[in-house]
Design a binder for this molecule. Structure first.
Ligand code: AMP
Ligand code: MG
Length: 538
């Protein structure tokens, strides 16, 4: 048992721990791996590690939680968020959940390397759950060790905060701490295990409940518990829907469908590929959760997946994400069936998901192109042709949209040559030799149609540009940039992580001093491990 303490430097929180207080616990408090029945969670203590050392923290998240700079820079902070000390009110536990992995029911999964510290209420009455990832084994760790390495933790830390600043719904990250321990990992499961620095990220979210938390109870026939968790979730996370009832359950499912669609629309907007959209990695709040083998589109390739485990099937590639969201919601819907008389109402709500998604997608594409009113009939044609063109040759998606905003819609489209017209965009191409005569003619034809369409908006170039630049980030966490941060952090240089965090705070702004981070991926990173290829659960 760890000793509780009231932190110095204002390192203390007001815990209400509603999840663990209101829902049934596993009576067994041991760490041995097991099937946990009739419980929403198991109590478990984080491991004690040898030398907690802060790598970085998010000052925005710290502020929301009411922590001062002094508190965050104290050794106590590193100790607490490595799992070595508990603050007054912390009651650690791991959640029980199941899930479909790559389309197949996998049974109990659970927090195998995440330990919740508890839920706090801030001075502004906001609820936040704090969770350590990589703080040691739990009953749900199956054959694994419950630990995380610096490489994957840094990727999770940076991307959570980058996504937040991009306006994408996401779980957050408060801190990244080195544990002082070594962790052995076989990065590509190819028989080459290596010792790597161990690390812990403190994740923060209003709730970490996933689709899989509901699925596990239905799979086990634990309907009472299913109802308890649904009621708890509605009362605490969706109170605006009213007191739980069958009608409210349906409204809630509808809202989860909308939130999920909305999140994936954002992913498509910024070029994010989650990489492992298993149902245990789907937040009930529609937040991006579990940053593992995720990646950012560099060249626009709808079939691209960063996840080597998924390279053959490409189930979770960029273009499949909307459809996988639907599939995952269907699994959640099935899990909720015991709460309804028949499946018809759930099925109807589920059937409306493609419509929500399509509405969101149209609005999003309209914003990316600078259109205030998306006219589906004609604008869909423009968008489809653009997406085909983008995939024809290696084209950097992020750069392309920012460059498109620079196009002057007042040019004389009849006299301007194709070459002249596409000039603002040439920076987006990885292989200039691919820009053939045929390609150029097709793009120029599209640009003329786009200019004609944009003129109908009656906006100036400046107004159009501002609208587009608010939807099209200039700076994203390019895969190779995250890898550069890892390379430096692994040799003890943490400054780059902080600099990067600063850069990613303003992803839509021009930051003239930081142009190099808005540039195309350098050639060395094309096929380097960690830059374009990642594996699950490292
Ligand atoms: P993921 O697909 O990475 O979200 O992980 C799937 C499941 O494996 C979850 O239940 C995780 O908690 C568990 N898991 C992943 N990595 C580890 C690890 N190093 N130790 C224990 N459990 C893990
Ligand atoms: Mg997971």
């Amino acid at each position: 048992m760890k000793e509780d303490f009231d932190g110095q430097f204002g390192l203390s929180f007001n815990f209400d721990n509603r999840f663990s207080l209101e829902l049934p616990a596993d009576p067994d408090t041991g760490k041995q791996r097991r099937q946990v029945r009739a419980a929403c969670y198991s109590r478990v203590m984080p491991l004690t590690v040898s030398a907690p050392k802060l790598v970085a923290y998010s000052r925005e998240m710290a502020e929301v939680l009411g922590l001062s700079t002094e508190a965050c820079e104290s050794q106590e902070f590193a100790d607490v968020f490595a799992g070595n000390r508990l603050l007054d009110g912390m009651e650690p536990y791991a959640m029980c959940y199941g899930g479909h992995q790559f389309g197949h029911w996998a049974g109990q999964l659970g927090d195998g390397r995440a330990i919740n510290l508890g839920e706090i209420v801030t001075a502004k009455s906001e609820h936040w759950a704090l969770q350590l990832k990589g703080a040691g084994p739990t009953p749900y760790s199956r054959t694994a060790d419950g630990l995380a390495v610096l490489r994957s933790s840094l990727r999770e830390f940076l991307c959570s905060e980058a996504m937040f600043h991009l306006g994408v719904p996401t779980t957050r990250a408060l801190s990244l701490v080195l544990t002082g321990e070594s962790v052995v990992r076989d990065m590509f499961y190819d028989g080459n295990p290596q010792s790597e620095p161990g690390a812990v990220v403190c994740r923060v979210a209003p709730s970490f409940i996933r689709f899989g938390n509901f699925q596990i109870f239905t799979a086990r026939g634990e309907t009472e518990l299913l109802k308890k968790l649904v009621d708890f979730t509605i009362r605490n996370e969706f109170p605006h829907l009213g007191e739980p009832s069958v009608a409210v359950y349906l409204k809630w499912f509808e809202e989860v469908c909308r939130l999920t669609a909305d999140m994936i629309v954002h992913w498509m907007r910024v070029g994010f590929v989650h990489g492992v959209m298993n149902t245990d990695n789907m937040s009930i709040l529609g937040l991006t959760i579990d940053y593992g083998p995720y990646g950012w589109l560099e060249s626009y390739d709808p079939d691209w997946t960063p996840n080597t485990t998924d390279a053959a099937g490409r189930r979770y590639c960029f273009a499949n994400q909307a459809q996988i969201g639907h599939w995952n919601l269907a699994q959640l819907g099935s899990a909720l069936m015991p709460l309804f008389e028949g499946s018809e109402p759930l099925q109807q709500v589920l059937n409306s998901y493609p419509r929500y998604f399509e509405q969101g997608r149209q609005e999003m594409m309209g914003n990316k192109l600078g259109f205030d009113r998306y006219a589906a009939d004609s604008d869909n044609v423009i968008v489809e042709e653009l997406l085909e063109i983008l995939a024809l040759i290696e084209t950097d998606m992020t750069i392309f949209y920012r460059r498109l905003a620079l196009l002057d819609i007042n040019v004389d489209i009849d006299t301007t040559t194709d070459k002249e017209l596409i000039k603002p965009l040439v920076d987006a191409y990885y292989l200039p030799d691919e820009v053939s005569e045929v390609y150029r003619a097709r793009l120029a034809k599209w640009l003329r149609a786009y200019i004609r369409r944009s003129r109908k908006e009656g906006k100036t170039n400046e107004v159009r540009r501002a609208k587009m630049n608010a939807a099209n980030p200039k700076y994203v966490l390019r895969n190779y940039i995250a890898q550069l941060a890892i390379d430096k952090a692994e040799v003890g240089d943490f400054k780059f992580v902080s600099d990067l965090l600063e850069l990613l705070r303003h992803p839509y702004d021009e930051q003239p001093e930081e142009e190099e981070f808005a540039a195309k991926r350098p050639d060395w990173a094309r096929n380097r491990a960690g830059c374009s290829m990642l594996s699950c659960s490292s």
